[in-house]
Design a protein. Structure first.
Ligand code: AMP
Ligand code: ZN
Ligand code: FE
Ligand code: FE
Length: 281
């Protein structure tokens, strides 16, 4: 019996509607699925009602991009209930910063001679929160880049010509808001932090754990076995729960399957039970 604690739907930059994601979770025989769309809780009502009577536990959540100089710091937040609350109330502001950024990215692409419009990107996103993968999809469609990787490497990624920053919560603030909201914050895919030295990683994990961090995403689809073990050991050493997720995005991450990752994911239910102990319902 496996669970998946990190997945995206059409409410952000996944290609499956929330209810389709639940159907897929049933097909993959998962017992629990967390919907963690970027900066939004929009998909949760649909997902929660689709999950009723399926035997799948749908865990409401989101994924936040935090302010961190060194690299990409993402926070998966589980058991964040739709409606109002300390963290919930911050999401609208994050979305408007995202919108301003998206417009600026499109301007830059146009300045470089690309015929890419906001209308096309909105159509690609289908009404959900717009992310860089949607912009990339339009660039691919129009033949400006070969694939997702090239879109990020050549244009949209950090330090690329069309990279534009946006307002983010700082790590301590986000972790604290999550806990105040009764939710469970987990540091996502730690390899993107850009922290190589173990001393520096130790300082960071100490700092974030003291701020209220609960989990470290250790069982991640793209990690090899020794990495999963390494991050799980690291989590335990710092009093964190080794969480796991596929980071499923449907067609926006080709070859990556829900619950299964690239074939060998398999996140145990016991991790979910440990994390659940920190949720305040
Ligand atoms: P955004 O939230 O709009 O800044 O977009 C971030 C999303 O873009 C991530 O969650 C990934 O799904 C995707 N992404 C980021 N970097 C890359 C990359 N180098 N290659 C492919 N997808 C990426
Ligand atoms: Zn994404
Ligand atoms: Fe992420
Ligand atoms: Fe994600």
């Amino acid at each position: 019996m496996a669970v998946d604690l990190h997945a995206h739907s059409t409410a952000s930059d996944g290609s499956f509607a929330p209810s389709e994601l639940v159907d897929l979770a049933v097909e993959r025989r998962l017992t629990a699925l967390a919907l963690t769309d970027h900066d939004t809780l929009e998909g949760l009502d649909e997902a929660l009602s689709a999950a009723e009577d399926t035997g799948i536990e749908l865990i409401p959540g989101t994924e936040l991009s935090l302010g961190y100089e060194r690299g990409g710091m993402h926070l998966v937040v589980l058991w964040l209930q739709p409606g109002n609350g300390p963290l919930q109330d911050k999401l609208a502001g994050l979305q408007s910063g995202r919108e301003t950024r998206n417009f600026r990215i499109v301007e830059i692409l146009q300045e470089h001679g690309m015929d890419v419009t906001m209308d096309e990107i909105e159509a690609e996103a289908g009404g959900g929160t717009i992310g860089r993968p949607h912009i990339a999809a339009v660039m691919i469609e129009k033949g400006y880049v070969e694939d997702m990787r090239a879109a990020f490497d050549d244009w949209l990624g950090n330090d690329s010509p069309a990279y534009v920053n946006r307002p983010r919560l700082n790590p301590e603030e986000a972790i604290d808001l999550a806990r105040q909201s009764g939710a469970v914050p987990i540091l996502a895919h730690p390899h993107t932090l850009g922290v190589r030295r173990s001393r520096e990683m130790a300082e960071l994990l100490d700092r974030l754990r003291d701020a209220g961090l609960v989990g470290l995403e250790s069982i991640y689809a793209s990690y090899r076995r020794h990495e999963r073990e390494g991050y799980s050991d690291l989590a335990r050493r710092f009093g964190l729960v080794p969480s796991g997720g596929s980071d499923f995005h449907g067609t926006y991450k080709p070859g990556l399957d829900l619950g299964i990752g690239y074939g060998d994911l398999g996140i145990e239910e016991s991790v979910l039970e440990e994390l659940r102990g920190f949720a305040v319902q």
